[in-house]
Write a protein that binds this ligand. Sequence first.
Ligand code: GTP
Ligand code: MG
Length: 170
Amino acid sequence: ANKLKNAKLVLLGDVGTGKSSIVLRFVKGQFVEFQESTIGAAFFAQTLSVNDETIKFEIWDTAGQERYHSLAPMYYRGAAAAIIVYDITNPATFTRAKKWIKELQAQGNSNTIMALAGNKADLLEARKVSSEEAQAYAQENGLFFMETSAKTSTNVNDVFYEIAKRLPQA
Ligand code: GTP
Ligand code: MG
C-alpha cells in the first residue's frame, strides 16, 4: 500500500546562496537569473514518491538577510529535515553555513536530517570552496553533502530524494 508521509523541511543559508532557486527548481522545474531576495520566509509544498511511499514536503524557504535571523527557529523547530545552503564561489557563505549547522545542533531537534548543499556548482571557474573541505566538514558533523546547481538542475532533486530516503519509518 502507498503510504503518505508529511515532512517539514527548512532551507537555511546566507543571502544569495540560492535557497529560493533550489526550491523553485524542485517545485516548478524553473530557474530565473534575477530571483528576488526572500522577505521573511516563503512556503511551498511538493510531493515525491520513493519506493512505496509518497512524501509531502512542507518547505520553508527562509530569508538569508541577517535581520531575519531571529525568525529562523520558528521554521527549523520540529523540522524533519534542513538543507543548509552555501555558494561554492563565496567562502563567507560556507562560514555562515557552519554557523547554521552549529545553531541547529544546539537548538534544533537532534533527529533533524541535515543536508549541506554547495550550490552554484555550474560556476566551476569561480570556485572558492573545495568539495573536499565541505565533504570533510559534513562527515565530521553527521550531515550528507552534495554540490548542486539550481541553474542546470544538477543534484537538486537528488538532495530531496536523499532526505526522503532517510526519513524515519512512519
Ligand atoms: P535570499 O532569499 O536573499 O536569502 O537568497 P536565496 O538564497 O534565496 O538566493 P536566490 O535563490 O534568490 O538566488 C540568488 C541569485 O543567485 C539569483 O540571481 C539566482 O539566479 C542565482 N543563483 C541561484 N542558484 C544558482 C545556481 O545554481 N547557479 C548560478 N549560476 N546562479 C544561481
Ligand atoms: Mg530566497
